[in-house]
Write a protein of this length. Structure first.
Length: 255
């Protein structure tokens, strides 16, 4: 499944590369990024709330979801930032969702996708994203280092995502200042909160840390807080929640 996702991502990355001059002009015309990393770093345990219609592991979650309405509920509940899936083929996302959410809320917004080249980072900024995702398992080390440099050049924060200690070492070597530990194994799509608990003690104190996937309750959020994470990224549970505003507040308040 991951190979198919990356094949699709490569096609979109190549398309972005063909349009990089136009994307660069649009990115330069955007207002200053809102500071995703600083928002998560503010000292309080936070929730990065995600807009997600479907996924390979869960199937269809909320195909008819209104991203703006969902994002406003997240913001009202106290989400520190919003994550928007833009991967179209396997997650049902789009750049249109990103633009709509960024225009509607005041908190920083993450473009959640499988970033393959620098043109996609420029594309993210051109569509208003304040941050983007770099998944270590899907990138060579030279590409990871280069993308971190591009992100600094264009003023977009990046979450460098890891799942193993070896990937964490690579993220640190690449100079990552914000690291996400994914509890989901991308080879099996199974989740285990023990992954973030195990790696939490190995994260440098200088980095902003986010635990991703598998959190659906106050108890899960509390485990991540006790493992010294600055925030949790939660998607499926919030999309399925009867009142996502309330669930954000519950997850955020578990301290």
């Amino acid at each position: 499944m991951l190979a198919a996702i990356l094949e699709s991502a490569d096609r979109r990355a190549n398309d972005a590369a063909q349009r990089v001059a136009d994307l660069s002009r649009r990115a330069a015309g955007q207002s200053r990024a809102r500071g995703f990393e600083n928002a998560v770093r503010d000292g309080r345990f936070g929730v990065v709330a995600e807009i997600k219609r479907r996924s390979p592991s869960a199937g269809e979650i909320a195909i008819e979801l209104d991203p703006v309405r969902q994002a406003l509920a997240y913001e009202a509940g106290g989400a520190v930032a919003i994550s928007v899936l833009t991967e179209p083929d396997f997650f049902g996302g789009s750049l249109d969702d990103l633009v709509a959410v960024r225009d509607a809320v005041n908190v920083p917004v993450l473009r959640k996708d499988f970033t393959r080249n620098g043109a996609q980072l420029i594309e993210a900024r051109a569509h208003g994203a304040d941050a983007a995702l770099l998944i270590v398992a899907t990138l060579t080390q030279p590409t990871l280092v280069a993308l971190c440099e591009v992100s600094r050049d264009i003023g977009i924060d990046v979450i460098v995502e890891v799942h193993t200690e070896e990937e964490l070492d690579r993220a640190i070597e690449a100079g990552a200042s914000m690291i996400g530990v994914n509890n989901r194994d991308l080879s099996t799509f199974q989740t285990d909160l023990g992954t973030a608990e195990m790696l939490g003690g190995k994260l440098p104190s200088r980095v902003v840390s986010i635990a991703e996937s598998g959190v659906s309750s106050a108890a899960g959020a509390e485990r991540m807080r006790e493992a010294n994470y600055d925030a949790v990224l939660v998607g499926e549970a919030l999309v399925r929640a009867e009142d996502p505003r309330v669930l954000v507040s519950i997850l955020k308040g578990s301290q």
